[in-house]
Design a protein around this ligand. Sequence first.
Ligand code: PGA
Length: 246
Amino acid sequence: MIALRLHPDKQSAAQALARETADLIGLRSESGKPTVLGLATGSTPLPLYAELIRLHREERLSFRTVITFNLDEYEGLGPAHPQSYRRFMEEHLFRHLDIPSGNIRFPDGLAKDPAQECAAYEAAIRAAGGIDLQILGIGRTGHIGFNEPPSAVESRTRRVRLDEVTRRDNAVFFDEPTAVPHRALTMGVATILEARRVELLAFGAAKADIVARAVRETPSADCPATWLQRHPACTFHLDAASASKL
Ligand code: PGA
């Protein structure tokens, strides 16, 4: 069952979700526990990250007890590469916070043995106690993370080929469209479904069709976001435009 939450605009959604994230971090750190966040890249979560930075700067929200696992990384791009997701997160979030660098985890896009790297990533998530709160975007193909169709509900962190629609959509971040990698390492659908809470963000008319499919279609590998219907605590944060086809 997917809960739908309609916000006046993406800024309001960012404020609401940043506040909930801050509350979770506060509650867990009071009882001496770390907070494990699953994080996403793309344009959609940027207002959320800006709001978390504001809470850190203006309201002294500390990230010292936070551990993060990002959903995915392009194959072949190292942490210093300008288009790597590691670098994206550094610029838009991590370098503005007091999170210890050792608490920031990514699949290694340069791993010599991707299968072993992916197994190690799964093990690291488990060793951290599992993900408390997973932030997600949704691609026009229905992907969550880089789980392109078809992605099975049992899928785990693995090496994947990117859909051409996704490569075109993500080309805006690259100097030229051909520079977008063809492959990536991504958490699997099963990995995402194990998070205790899932908060998916989708705004604007371009996401209306895929949001309607994700919410309404019978869950299947053809639209990986439909698997979220099986999650016990998943909320879609929408605006009027992205919710217009529901
Ligand atoms: P976007 O990407 O936030 O740039 O729209 C979302 C996604 O592909 O998951």
